[in-house]
Design a protein around this ligand. Structure first.
Ligand SMILES: Cc1cc2nc3c(=O)[nH]c(=O)nc-3n(C[C@H](O)[C@H](O)[C@H](O)COP(=O)(O)OP(=O)(O)OC[C@H]3O[C@@H](n4cnc5c(N)ncnc54)[C@H](O)[C@@H]3O)c2cc1C
Length: 371
């Protein structure tokens, strides 16, 4: 390099978001360059998403398991009626096909509206610059952490207590007191006879450490008759839930672009389902930033940030009370808050209904955390 004629699109970063938009853009006939320090790195994380969040173009074989009715235990049992999917990570990566993409192994140092400078000093030009470099976890950034162990289904069964999956189990058989920073059990079948049992700190600034989550998980598993020593693979989770503002003229995408839900840490399905809107904007010669962030989406983003502030203040007892009321809401209202990016009225309505139904002391604590 340098490249003389600009590509249509440069994608910085080939995580789930960058790879999705690079693959979809190339498939749509655009000339795409993608830069990542390890473009062939195989993904190992376990990705889950609500079925209705996934785009129709995603092949069925990317689903490892569908859980028809994931359960939540907050102060009591809630059986959800919204199907949840665990994705087959390798198939997901493979179906985001980079055959039509010019892949560059490298680090993007700086990026502006029409060029990116790599750490080698090379400059790459493109009409549209998409920054999907993710967000480094840092001490000032709210993050999610989790420590998980994978068991065979039979061994894990006693932790599931007859449920197919725990989307969240907030019971305190993990050795915590009511005033501790809360963590919950995420228990999901992975397919192939395996189940993931994962102690999760939904959000923290700073979040719970992995050794603390491991300690809590092993106490919980012992209480449910599962020996931690029987586990196979271990999963360690740590990622920032807050985005970074991109340079003017650069389109932030995925976690980098603030497309992660800051109060839940979910981002993969959003990246998959918004990639085509971004590609369509490029094809039409319009501003992808406007397509991704209409006024309504910015309003929803502000409400989600408010949700994050509330969650950061909850102790173990209030987290259980909070999610008890949340998961008592009709599925449509849950969906509006968990998944919707653009229906401001629906998200505001859900948050208002939730607030009104919360116990008085929790409402007071929320008001204090919001002001
Ligand atoms: C174990 C685990 C489980 C998770 N489970 C879920 C889940 O169930 N559902 C969900 O939605 N999310 C889940 N997450 C979060 C999920 O990983 C993120 O939402 C997702 O990875 C964000 O995708 P991204 O492409 O925006 O960013 P990233 O995945 O962070 O990808 C960023 C990419 O940019 C590259 N890069 C970084 N710097 C540069 C640079 N300077 N130049 C060029 N390239 C660069 C990196 O190499 C990387 O490939 C999980 C995370 C972990 C760790």
């Amino acid at each position: 390099m340098p490249v003389s004629s600009p590509a249509d699109v440069l994608v910085a970063g080939l995580g789930p978001a960058g790879r999705a938009v690079a693959a979809r853009a190339a498939r749509a006939g655009l000339d795409v360059i993608a830069v990542d320090p390890q473009p062939s790195r195989r993904w190992t994380a376990t990705y889950g998403a609500w079925r209705d969040e996934l785009p129709p173009w995603l092949p069925e074989q990317v689903t490892a398991v569908e859980v028809a009715a994931p359960a939540v235990w907050a102060s009591g049992l809630h059986e959800l009626t919204r199907p949840y999917r665990i994705l087959d990570t390798a198939r997901l990566q493979d179906c985001l096909d980079l055959d039509g993409v010019s892949v560059v192994r490298g680090m993007v140092d700086t990026i502006d509206a029409h060029s990116a400078v790599l750490s080698t000093g090379d400059r790459v030009l493109a009409r549209y610059m998409i920054d999907a470099r993710g967000v480094p976890a840092g001490p000032d950034r709210a993050a999610q952490t989790a420590f998980g162990r994978v068991f065979d289904d039979a061994t894990a069964a006693s932790a599931l207590e007859g449920q197919q999956a725990w989307f969240m189990d907030w019971r305190r058989d993990n050795g915590t007191d009511s005033s501790d920073v809360p963590s919950f059990l995420y228990a999901m079948p992975l397919g192939g006879g395996l189940t993931l049992l994962e102690e999760t700190c939904l959000v923290g600034r700073p979040p719970l450490t992995l050794p603390e989550l491991q300690r809590r998980l092993d106490i919980r598993l012992a209480a449910r008759g599962v020996a931690a020593g029987d586990s196979g693979r271990i999963e360690k989770v740590r990622f920032a839930v807050e985005g970074i503002r991109s340079e003017a003229g650069v389109v932030g995408f995925g976690a980098r672009g603030g497309l992660m839900h800051p109060a839940t840490g979910y981002a993969v399905a959003t990246a998959l389902s918004t990639a085509d809107a971004l590609v369509d904007a490029v094809l039409a010669g319009s501003d992808p930033q406007r397509v991704l962030w209409p006024v309504s989406a910015r309003g929803v983003g502000a409400l989600r940030a408010l949700g994050l502030r509330v969650l950061l203040r909850l102790d173990a007892q209030s987290a259980a009370a909070f999610f008890d009321v949340f998961f008592d809401l009709p599925t449509e209202q849950q969906r509006a808050y968990l998944s919707g990016r653009e229906d401001l009225a629906a998200v505001a309505g859900t948050m208002w209904t939730l607030f009104r139904r919360l116990p008085g002391p929790l409402r007071g604590a929320i008001l204090r955390s919001v002001w």
